[in-house]
Write a protein that binds this ligand. Sequence first.
Ligand SMILES: Cc1cc2nc3c(=O)[nH]c(=O)nc-3n(C[C@H](O)[C@H](O)[C@H](O)COP(=O)(O)O)c2cc1C
Length: 319
Amino acid sequence: MKIGTVQLASDAMLAPIAGFTDVGLRDVARRYGAALTYTEMISCKGMIYGSEKTKELLATTDIETPVAVQIFGCDPQIMAKAVAMPEMRKFDIIDINMGCPVPKVVGNGEGSALINTPKLAMEVVKAVISATDGRPVTVKFRKGFTKDQDTASDFAKYMQDAGAAAICVHGRTREQYYMGKSDWDCIANVVHSVEIPVIANGDVVDVDSYNAIKLHTKADGVMIARGALGNPQIFKEILTATTGKKSYYKEVDCVRDILRQIQVLKEHYCDRYIYSSMKKQVCNYLRGVSGGKAIKEKVCHVTSVEEMVEIIQGLKGLI
Ligand SMILES: Cc1cc2nc3c(=O)[nH]c(=O)nc-3n(C[C@H](O)[C@H](O)[C@H](O)COP(=O)(O)O)c2cc1C
C-alpha cells in the first residue's frame, strides 16, 4: 500500500492509542511486522507553547521507518505552525485526529467535533498540507457524531477535496465511543465514494477478522488498535498468513517483548513514568494466562523498574 509518496511494506498498521502506543510498544509491533506506526495524539497547542510533555511523545526508534505523527487541534494557523517545527521533520506522514470522542477535546472543537464542521476540517487539512513540504497528510475520523449518524462518505469526500493523501475510517460514531460494533458497511461505502486510499478500522483482533474486514470493505489498509494490546504478534500472524513474508521477530516471546519495551522507554523517560505506564501493558500481556491475577497484583504494586524487570524475567515460559 502507498500513502502519497510513502510505500508501506504491507497493509496492516498499528493504530494510535493514547496512553498505550508509546515508543516501546510501537518498536515491538514493528519488529512483528506492523507496516506503519503512529505516535500518540500530539496537541498542536502543546507544541507551539513548548510543552515538554507533548514533545516527549515524539520519540521514535530506528525500526519505525516510515513513521507517522498524529496531531490534533482545530485552529488551522496553529496547526500549520506546529507541523513546521523542526521536531516534526523526522515524520514521513502527518495524520490529523478527527475521531477523538473525549469531552475535553470535543468541547474545544477538536477531534471528532470536526466531523460536524467539515468546512473548518478542510481548512485544517489545507493548512497542514501547506506546512509539510509535500509529505502526505492523512485524516482519521469516525462514522459520524451522534448515535446512528453516518456522515463518513460525505466527510471523506471533503477530506479528499482538501488534499488528504489517505483516510482512516473507524466505523463507530462519537456517541458510541468504543462500544457496539464497528460498521464495516459504512467503511465499504467510503471506499466506493473516494479515490484516495482508505484504511479500515474497528474490531480487528486476529487474522480472520483482518481478512473479513478487507473482504467486506475492500479497503486498501487495515488499522488495529485494541487487538494489538498485549498482542503485538498479531502483525506477524497477519504478515505470515497473507504475504508469506517473514517479520524481524521470527518467534513470539512476550517476556522478551516486555523487556524490549522497557529498554526502549528507558532511553526517553524517567523510572516512575516507565513502571507506571508498563503496569497496564503487562496486564494486557497477562490476559487469559492461568495464575495471571496474582502476577498482575504483584506487578501493580512495584515501585521501580528494577522490581518490574525481576517479575517479568520470572515469567519465562508462562506468557
Ligand atoms: C484507550 C484508547 C485510546 C485511543 N487513543 C486514540 C488516539 O490517540 N488517536 C486516535 O486516532 N485514536 C485513538 N483511539 C481509537 C483507536 O485508534 C481505534 O480507532 C479504536 O479503538 C477502534 O479500533 P479497534 O476496534 O481496533 O480497537 C483510542 C482508543 C482507545 C481504546
